[in-house]
Design a protein around this ligand. Structure first.
Ligand code: KG4
Ligand code: ZN
Length: 335
């Protein structure tokens, strides 16, 4: 079964074709980051307009690259949520319109399920069951995964997501949007011993996270340096480092706990923050110690993309699922 996947939940227009026999046939991505950067974050109305402008040409591009025409498609999957409602509706209406014209099934999929299963696109995909750490701009969740659609939430952030905390810290440090990679780059120059930031919610049992206090701690430290005229380049790098270490350490502690609690030996890490090199290094050491293994999507499939949506859609369409007449655009939707 050949499935076209469409991702338009936020600021990336992602399109891909996944074949259940041959794997990923082609994928492409248009990022709106440059357009939103001057506003310091995603402007929803501009995002929807840009998806509208880009989506059809990108669909043509993935078909051309795979040497296929629209008639060769057996199904269409799109991100139905969570995300920005206007942006979601661009993907949903395009998918439904195309599917209706072609007489093929169409299915709205959950964006976080896409992230969760993105490592399945790699050469050595994880087998079920596994623990998944989902760390993106909107979510921080630990999930026990037993199969397609068999997800048991172990814990999640009670306030900000890890990626959101990176983005807000970047703003405080006057770094560009999106902040995660920028903070990580600056942190490389930082002294890990100068400041020690709190590891929120690690001193009590449980697998929930909280990152908003860490953000306040970062701001307080920044202001204290500024007030004492010590906010030079090194000071900023030291803050970035202390922040990154605190987030990474918190995520590592909770992953360790989740592996112990479930007794599982496979850890999937996905979503934008899974691109973080320091997180990968620390988790790598941690799983090695327990004879476990960590699985990640390749770099460009850590952040939003069409391939993960095509993959999930293909699995579900193959199992006989599809939308009824109505398209779905669900801004808030638990996994
Ligand atoms: O999964 P994603 O592309 O979009 C959402 O579904 O939210 O994740 C984007 C998030 C942003 O907050 C971005 O700052 C963060 O992932 N991010 C990173 C890194 N690369 C992206 N955070 C830390 N380190 C990175 N290298
Ligand atoms: Zn995402």
């Amino acid at each position: 079964m050949r499935v076209l996947g469409i991702e338009t939940s936020c600021d990336e227009t992602g399109v891909a074709i996944y074949d259940t026999d041959r794997g990923l046939l082609s994928d492409t991505l248009y990022s709106q980051i440059a357009m939103h950067a001057e506003f310091g974050g995603v402007v929803p109305e501009l995002a929807s307009r840009d998806h509208t402008r880009k989506l059809l040409p990108l669909i043509q591009e993935v078909l051309d690259r795979a040497g296929l025409s629209r008639q060769d498609l057996d199904g269409i999957a799109y991100t139905a949520g969570p995300g920005l409602v206007g942006a979601l509706m661009v993907g949903a209406s395009t998918a439904h319109g195309m599917a209706r014209a072609l007489g093929i099934p169409v299915l709205g999929v959950h964006h976080m399920e896409g992230h969760l299963l993105a490592p399945m696109l790699e050469d050595e995909p994880p087998e079920f069951p596994f623990v998944a750490l989902l760390v993106s701009g909107g979510h921080t969740q630990l999930v026990e995964v037993h199969g397609l659609g068999q997800y048991h939430l172990l814990g999640e952030s009670v306030d900000d997501a890890a990626g959101e905390a990176f983005d807000k810290t970047a703003k405080m440090l006057d770094l560009a949007y999106p902040g995660g990679p920028e903070v990580a780059r600056l942190a490389e120059q930082g002294d890990p011993l100068r400041f020690r930031f709190p590891r929120p919610m690690t001193d009590r049992p449980g697998l929930d996270f909280s990152f908003s206090g860490l953000k306040t701690h970062t701001l307080t430290t920044l202001n204290a340096l500024r007030d004492s005229d010590q906010l030079d380049a090194q000071g900023r790098a030291d803050i970035a480092r202390a922040f990154e270490e605190a987030v990474v350490d918190t995520l590592v502690i909770k992953c360790r706990r989740a592996l112990d609690q479930t007794g599982l030996k496979r850890l999937v890490v996905a979503g934008g923050v899974s691109a973080n090199a320091r997180l990968r290094e620390r988790l790598g050491n941690e799983v090695a110690k327990r004879g476990a293994r960590a699985y990640y999507p390749r770099g460009r499939f850590c952040t939003d993309n069409g391939a993960m949506i095509a993959y999930v859609g293909a699995q579900r369409l193959l199992a006989g699922e599809h939308d009824s007449e109505a398209m779905q655009a669900v801004p808030r939707w638990p996994l």
